[in-house]
Design a protein. Sequence first.
Length: 297
Amino acid sequence: MDSFVGNSKIVSEIKKIISNQTVSNAYLFSGTDGIGKFTLSKIFAKAILCENPLNGAPCGKCEACLTFDSMADLIIIEPEDELIKIEKIRYAISELMLKPTISNKKVCIINDADCMNSSSQNALLKVLEEPPTFVTIILITSNKEKILHTIKSRCVTFNFLKLTDEEIKKVLHEEDINEDILKLSNGSVGNYLRLKNADYIDALLELEESITSKDLLEINKVITNLKKGKTIKEDIYDILDLLIIKLGDKLTDNFEKNAEKVELVEEVRNNLLRNANFDACLNYLGLRLYEINNKIA
Ligand SMILES: [Zn+2]
């Protein structure tokens, strides 16, 4: 539990709950995706099921700890095709009603709990109204507003904060963190990894070079490459966002031209958002870049 990065207030709250043996029947872990809610829910579950927790953390030695990943006293529910069907909730409920086997507690984690439709939520509500004493249910969501009020009111809620840049670096143990991507990650390790793995970084670098080119052929080559890539099409907003950040950093170099380019990239981004033709938007970007770069100051 001590190696968990971020949200230290929630971590110490959880340790206190374990140490004082004041575990409730239901918790709601709420906050943006990719900040460790699911990871912490599993550590919490392990500590609840552990026979001899130490300083509020799982001991790692008892039978419950050693068999944690496959034990019957832990039920993890996740959506399929963004839906948690009522059958899954019914199955979880029937399991939760049986006495624990190895531990003296039972824990059910429902990941992306907002993927439960209203019948699933209503089925769950019935258990939350009268849960067996040994049961703890942990709901995880990045969309709290989609969870029924009647469910939320029965849960102890932990609102997770986004991570700081330093915390993201700590989670990823990477020395060569890309600072531009970090800025775009919006406090989420999940976002950082998604952005970093996309192959549009090359496209961005090319585009960044052409942003100062006075050669129409060179600019057109980059634009043509951009138009060809299918993944680029899906990631074009991220590429343009990164480009705006990079241009912003250079604003002091040649204020007028760079400010004009920031405006241009924002304009193209907005047009794409309004579903304007992808190729036409990029052609326009290339042409205007050529014009700006060749303008006599
Ligand atoms: Zn243990």
